[in-house]
Design a protein around this ligand. Structure first.
Ligand code: ADP
Ligand code: MG
Length: 346
């Protein structure tokens, strides 16, 4: 058994860049007018803010403020930094209320709601299982059934309780939290909010494949987002158009460990404790980037059949699945705003 964190890191970065590069390329063909584009690097990936319809000075200060906001979100939601609120919460003995800032409670409460909504396919307390498989600082090695069972005992979103008035969170039964599955989406939504406050009416915020579209590029119906073939790296299996909503892609090809020659992806089914290999990638659209981020992770776990329940519960949600063996599946009502290659990429 070998640890291949360097390889994993390289694939993660390359994958994120490939996705972003394409989305940005599409974003820049907006009816002749040149967009303003500003980039940064945060949460282990690239951030790109594209703005149309503003003079360069105004666009520059809006984008700078939006990117500053994403860096702020990274610092409050990090579990890599020992002094962050989440790390402090996770290090606490449990069973006792721990004071955290209202914004952290808000993000955790959203993550809790998505955990409940998806029946635990997305689970804000999945961290022990995620680490057991070698992610989030864990050591990559094939876990024994006993180790999986022991970690599963620590997982379950109902082990968290909130007191919003006192601004406290209580973790029970050895639970720990992290928001890796929705943090990028939340950062994107915060950035979009700041852009709007600066008067931006046409923009795309993209953080490693987690995006939010404000309005449309000039003369267009929306922002065209390419859906990559997870097995080829450059080829597209389709494209969709979004406006005033979020989109997120979760995939196994960007972040995985190799143990005894076999790849294990970074998304875990909290209900079984095993990594998921029945899906290669999911691109989910939802009202916010936070929701799209949570749903893409959850739907990855659920697979296209079980994910229909999510789409039925919230008709604004829709998704495209890339499946092993070259298949793909779209669920939900895209209303003519999805174009797939007939062969689904092959
Ligand atoms: P990315 O971080 O690449 O944008 P996702 O949004 O799909 O991808 O989040 C995956 C991350 O979330 C994993 O790296 C892991 O830390 C954590 N995670 C894995 N499985 C789950 C799950 N079932 N529920 C919640 N978080 C998960
Ligand atoms: Mg996610």
């Amino acid at each position: 058994m070998r640890r291949m964190s360097r390889e994993r890191r390289i694939y993660q970065v390359l994958g994120a860049f490939a996705l972003i590069a394409f989305a940005a390329a599409l974003a820049s063909c907006g009816g002749g007018e040149e967009p303003y584009v500003r980039e940064s690097y945060l949460m282990g990936t690239k951030a790109i803010v594209t703005i149309y319809g503003m003079d360069p000075g105004a666009a520059d200060s809006a984008a700078a403020a939006g990117i500053r906001e994403m860096h702020r979100v990274e610092s409050i939601l990090s579990t890599w930094r020992e002094d962050s609120d989440l790390s402090r919460l996770n290090a606490s003995p449990g069973g006792e209320p721990v004071r955290v800032p209202p914004e952290v409670i808000d993000v955790l409460a959203q993550a809790y709601a998505f955990s409940e909504l998806t029946g635990g396919a997305f689970d804000v307390t999945a961290r022990p299982l995620v680490r057991l498989w070698g992610f989030q600082g864990g050591e990559a090695a094939l876990p024994s059934d006993e180790a999986i069972e022991a970690a599963r005992q620590l997982v379950g979103w109902r082990k968290i309780s909130f007191d919003t008035e006192a601004s406290t969170v209580t973790l029970l039964g050895g639970a720990t939290v992290d928001v890796a599955g929705i943090g990028k989406g939340y950062a994107v939504d915060r950035c979009a909010e700041i852009l709007r406050e600066h008067g931006v009416r046409r923009a795309l915020v993209n953080l490693g494949g987690n995006m939010y579209a404000i309005g449309t590029p000039p003369g267009r119906k929306g922002w065209t987002i390419g859906i990559r073939d997870p097995e080829s790296g450059t080829r597209m299996i389709g494209r969709l158009v979004i406006r005033d909503e979020g989109v997120s892609t979760s995939g196994n090809y960007e972040n995985f460990v190799t143990i005894d020659g076999k790849r294990y992806g970074h998304i875990i089914d909290p209900r079984t404790g095993h990594t998921v290999d029945h899906v290669l990638a999911v691109t989910a659209v939802a009202a916010t980037a936070t929701a799209a981020d949570a749903f893409s992770t959850a739907m990855f776990v659920l697979g296209p059949e079980d994910a229909r329940a999510v789409v039925t519960a919230d008709p604004s949600v829709r998704a495209v699945f890339s499946l092993p063996g070259g298949g793909c599946r779209a669920i939900g009502d895209f209303g003519g705003r999805l174009e797939m290659e007939t062969s689904c990429g092959r």
